[in-house]
Design a protein around this ligand. Structure first.
Ligand SMILES: [Ca+2]
Length: 153
């Protein structure tokens, strides 16, 4: 009987441990679900010199927090002024992030280049919008003039 109850408490402990492990995905779910704007670096490091390196120091992460890969073709990223980046064909995997940099560069996996010659995200405050191909708003995230990055998760 003692052994049996020890086995039961071991089971209970295992169940408890299991529930602790189960809380890890629950924490991940605290991030907003589906496709959304993640971290934004609206203020490039250093002075705004308009060099391509500085322009590329401005970026927006788009995070696919769903369980399936998503095709981003036709999705748009838009600021308060109306400057718009439109995604070409790009598949963002489940749980993956794609970074959209303001300047010019060669697109690689995980990074897209807007190709602009001037900044898009205002250091003093702005709002990023992620718009679906059908024109409806998927997500938005705004910031004030404090700091250089905004965590929109
Ligand atoms: Ca900026």
């Amino acid at each position: 009987m003692r052994i049996r109850s020890a086995a039961i408490s071991a089971l209970a402990a295992a169940a408890l441990t299991g529930s602790l492990f189960a809380s890890a995905p629950a924490q991940a779910a605290a991030h907003r679900s589906g496709l959304h704007i993640g971290l934004v670096q609206f203020n490039s490091p250093g002075k705004d010199t308009r060099t391509n390196a500085s322009l590329n120091g401005e970026w927006v992460n788009i995070h696919n927090n769903s369980r399936s890969p998503l095709q981003l073709k036709g999705y748009k990223l838009k600021d308060n002024t109306g400057y718009t980046y439109t995604f070409g064909s790009y598949r963002v995997g489940a749980g993956k992030t794609v970074k959209v940099r303001t300047g010019k560069g060669k697109n690689v996996s995980g990074v897209r280049y807007w190709g602009r010659g001037s900044y898009v995200w205002n250091n003093t405050g702005d709002k990023a919008r992620l718009i679906k191909p059908n024109g409806s708003l998927r997500d938005s995230c705004s910031w004030g003039g404090k700091g250089s990055t905004k965590n929109c998760h």
